[in-house]
Ligand binder design. Structure first.
Ligand code: 13P
Length: 252
């Protein structure tokens, strides 16, 4: 699975150009899902372009909101609306939203629950900051982020297979400094083992994909995607250029 996360970039024109270019340049024999996450205001436009042309690109939303009982939220986007637009995926827990929007664990859990109930696949983003890494506390940090999902086990067990994980060390995002292969392998092994043994998903026969994100580019993508336990890529900056993104997709 290769995901383009455009963050707060693009125009209607660049969305159209990118979709057409990626579709023309992508190797159709590659069965890896190709997922485009444009800004929310372009989701419906992207959906219509992909449908009209029968392109093999799926769509993810960068955002979803939840609402607690009887709460209203000006500016909110619900998973029901995303489902209505036939959006397939949604990113939840991205570090930029955790930091800038002060998203609490409680909010993240509610978003995941509601998105699963609306049949969206959730890409749950986790990853440590540089202080945590330097203090050698990354395992603890990641395990706390993963523990959130423990709450879903009793209520949403039948939907857990719709969760995909993305490991994005915060210090690698947008910095041009991707994590080293050894480090990525160590973290991905830890994440998979924690999900399997500590969350107990192994007993449920659920073995989710774990993607890597953080300064992926054309030069490092082959090494990262070939790393043990890396099942895909979540790409920010390098996904904006359609030719670069198509090349990364074709190399994966
Ligand atoms: P960059 O690829 O720009 O580092 O962004 C990674 C990211 O945050 C994708 O979600």
């Amino acid at each position: 699975m290769i995901i383009a996360n455009w963050k707060m970039n693009g125009t209607k024109q660049s969305v159209a150009t990118w979709i057409e270019s990626v579709s023309n340049n992508m190797n159709k024999k590659n069965m890896n899902p190709c997922i485009f996450c444009p800004p929310t205001c372009y989701l419906e436009y992207a959906r219509s372009l992909i449908d009209e042309n029968d392109y093999h690109i799926e769509i993810g939303s960068q955002i979803v909101n939840h609402s607690f009982e009887d709460e209203s939220l000006t500016g909110g986007i619900s998973s029901t609306m995303l489902k209505d637009l036939r959006i397939e995926y949604v990113l939840v827990g991205h570090s930029e939203q955790r930091n800038f929007l002060k998203e609490s664990n409680n909010v993240i859990t509610k978003k995941i629950e509601k998105a699963l109930e609306d049949q969206l696949s959730v890409i749950y983003c986790i990853g440590e900051d540089i202080d945590t890494k330097n203090k050698n506390e990354t395992y603890l940090f990641l395990s706390e982020q993963l523990d959130l999902l423990g709450q879903l086990q009793s209520t949403h067990e039948d939907k857990l297979s719709s969760i995909i994980f993305a490991y994005e060390p915060i210090w690698a995002i947008g910095s041009g400094l991707n994590a080293e292969k050894d480090y990525i392998e160590e973290m991905h092994e830890f994440i998979k083992k924690y999900i399997n043994d500590d969350l107990g998903w192994g007993h449920l026969d659920i073995y989710p994909a774990v993607l890597y994100g953080g300064s992926v580019n054309l030069d490092n993508c082959e090494e990262i995607i070939s790393s043990t336990d890396v099942d895909g890529l979540l790409i920010g900056g390098a996904s904006l250029n359609s030719e670069t993104f198509s090349k990364i997709y074709n190399l994966s």
